[in-house]
Ligand binder design. Structure first.
Ligand code: PRP
Length: 205
C-alpha cells in the first residue's frame, strides 16, 4: 500500500529541500520536521492502549501508544535527521540502524552495518529520505524481515516511480508513506529530486 501525502505544509517543506541554497543545518532540520509529519500521517489510525495515569482529579484511564513496541530504523546516513524528529515524538521507542551505500557506478546498494535488534512482536518503521531505484530500501527491508517483525512501515520523503514499483514487487506487504512521488529516475537520480541527501545533510558534496 502506497500513500502519497497531499499536504500543503509538507509540500512547502519539500521545496526547502529542493532549494540548493538550503544549507546543511537547515536541510537536516527540515528533514526532521517532514519525518514528524510523515509519522503523524502513518500513525493516524494506529491502535492506542488504555493506561492508568494520575491526573489532577485522581487516577484515570486514557489512551496512549506502547512506545516500546516500535522500532525506528533510519537507513544511514541521510535518514539520521528523520530519527531525530521522530524521537521527539516517541522518546521511549527503540532505534535500530542499517547502513546502505549505493555504488556510484553500478547504482547497486550494499549493506555495510546492521544494528537492528530482534523485532519479534514489534512494528518496524524504516526511514529513508530518498527512494530512487529502490534497491537500498528493498535490501534494508530484507534485512529487517530477518529479525521477524510483526509489521513493517516505510517513511520516505522523495520517491521515483521506479523505486515505488520495486518495493511493490519485492515487498507487497509493506505500507509506504511518501511525501512526494517525483516525475522520473534519470541515471538513477530522482528528477526533479533534492540532490544527494546524504551529501547535502553532512556537507560532503
Ligand atoms: C542514498 C539515499 C538512499 C539511497 C537511495 O543513499 O539516502 O539510501 O541512496 O537510492 P536507491 O533507491 O537507488 O538505492 P547513499 O547510498 O547515497 O548513501 P548515503 O546516505 O550515505 O549518502
Amino acid at each position: 500500500m502506497i500513500h502519497e501525502i497531499n499536504n500543503s505544509v509538507i509540500a512547502h517543506l519539500v521545496t526547502k529541500l529542493r532549494n540548493q541554497n538550503t544549507r546543511a543545518n537547515d536541510f537536516r532540520f527540515t528533514i526532521s520536521q517532514i519525518a514528524k509529519l510523515l509519522f503523524y500521517e502513518a500513525f493516524q489510525d494506529e491502535v492506542l492502549n488504555d493506561i492508568e495515569i494520575l491526573t489532577w482529579r485522581g487516577k484515570k484511564v486514557f489512551k496512549s501508544f506502547d512506545e516500546s513496541k516500535y522500532v525506528f530504523i533510519p537507513i544511514l546516513r541521510a535518514a539520521l535527521p528523520m530519527l531525530d524528529g521522530i524521537n521527539e515524538l516517541m522518546p521511549d521507542s527503540t532505534s535500530g540502524f542499517i547502513a546502505m551505500k549505493r555504488d556510484e557506478e553500478t547504482f547497486k546498494s550494499h549493506l555495510y552495518y546492521d544494528r537492528v535488534p530482534d523485532l519479534k512482536g514489534k512494528t518496524a518503521v524504516v526511514c529513508d529520505p530518498m527512494l530512487a531505484t529502490g534497491g537500498s530500501l528493498s535490501d534494508a527491508i530484507d534485512a529487517i524481515k530477518n529479525k521477524n517483525p510483526k509489521r513493517i512501515i516505510s517513511l520516505n520523503i522523495i520517491a521515483a516511480p521506479d523505486g515505488i514499483e520495486l518495493i511493490k514487487k519485492n515487498h507487497p506487504d509493506i505500507e509506504l508513506f511518501v511525501a512526494k512521488i517525483d516525475q522520473k529516475l534519470e541515471n538513477a537520480f530522482i528528477i526533479p529530486g533534492i540532490g544527494d541527501a546524504g551529501d547535502r545533510a553532512f556537507n560532503t558534496l
